[in-house]
Design a protein around this ligand. Sequence first.
Ligand code: SF4
Ligand code: SF4
Length: 506
Amino acid sequence: MDDGDALTATTSLCPDCLEEVPGRYEQQEDGVFLTRECPTHGTTSRKIWGSIDHWEWAADFGPDPEHDGGDLTVDDDHACLAVVEVTTDCNLSCSYCFASSAPGGEHRSTAEIETLLDTVADAGGRPIQFSGGEPTVRNDLPELVERARDRGIDHVEVNTNGIRLATDPGYVDVLADAGVTAIYLQFDGLTSESYERIREIDLLEEKLAAIEACRAAALPVVLVPTVVPGVNDHEMGDIVRFALENRDIVRSVNFQPVAHFGRYERNDGRFAIDDATRSLAEQIDTLEPRDMLPAPCCSAYCQIGTAFVPRDADPGGDTECGAARDDDSDCGCGDPSRETDTSTSPDVDSFVPLTQYVDDRLWGILSGMVDEGDYMELLAGTAAGEEWACKTAGCCGIDVPGSVEGLFDEIVPVSFTGFMDADAADVNRLSNCCLSVPTADGELVPFCGYNMTTEDGEYALRNRKGWGGRSTVDEPPVEGESTTGYRNDGTIPDGGHGPDDRTEER
Ligand code: SF4
Ligand code: SF4
């Protein structure tokens, strides 16, 4: 047991049983550890943040929530998004999968999904993601989308590995026609090796083909890389550059550093989002780590992001550059020493983080429209998908000023989500969660709490609170070919998706 310097006290969960126990954040060397004592399982101390300086800086942004002692639920008007699981089946069996899905999983019954959609609709029609497992292995996914839209849910994303989008001609059009508004695409990098190591199959061609299919159907894409240190973290800069090059259809990037949910290799190294941010900044000349701002609606340690903006964007409307300095000595988009060599890829490298774009003069321009606090909230609210989610849902009080709203067509938000596994379990963070899972009992519950697993692979919180879903992390139920015609041996059969011929639903 280390005796680091105590920072703050909190209520945590024991990683062995997920029972509430007293916890405290401690500085140990340069990092931040969460230490807790369970009367049954003893003391645990895990590193959860890479730098004490960054930890203290981030703390100033987020709310300082305290769990009120009630049941952990997400307030209707606080939920940016609701994740609706429709199956545990998948056409892959990835090395890392928070849902621990694999070929041979089960579909949720349509009746149960309709109940979950009713929960979301009753909460005001929050934006949703159909998730799994792999939702596209259900042939009735378009009908499920229609049932969501019929309930007044206007923003419907599909969370997918993209295989069916790439291999089933016309499928993306079917999804778009049904009412899907964006594809949340698993996208781990631009090399075959990253897919082979994380997904156990080279999927690069399929990912690129899926994006082309979405482009043809004019269906926006959010790139969602799972980031595993030592495996694909060196590709983060290239992923951002790829997003900027394809910004006509790629609307944002949401990096998800691997967390210890579901199926994962133990002891493979937590990747704190401040460490991930520093790594990304090393790969993008125009980015500084503190350009990535904590989102304001959840804990400061849940999500950080920025948005890349063309240098010549002009929200002020009366200058060559809206961020120009008063003495016209420089464009004001940032310290000239930070400007990049644009000779190699002038289009992409001419993007800068929005935080650098905003200088004193632009603050002045904006001050007549919105106060600084609101504008900072706007900036922070550009974390992937949230700017649309918030605009759609009207949540979080973000009121986008008219002349700034035009920027949304130009910017590419880039964010990190630091999902909270049992190692990092903090009840105060959970109590302010804004990413929800609907239950059949009509509640929205925190995504991280729903998916948190014990050391033994039990979904202990969802079991204890009756939130539904599988009770334990199962081993892949079937080796080899899935029930939907995909293979899990490194090949994809001709015809791709195959028939969904199951008659039984759980
Ligand atoms: S594609 Fe991989 S990560 Fe996604 S549900 Fe399937 S097994 Fe899990
Ligand atoms: S899902 Fe997890 S990381 Fe995201 S806001 Fe909720 S508690 Fe935070």
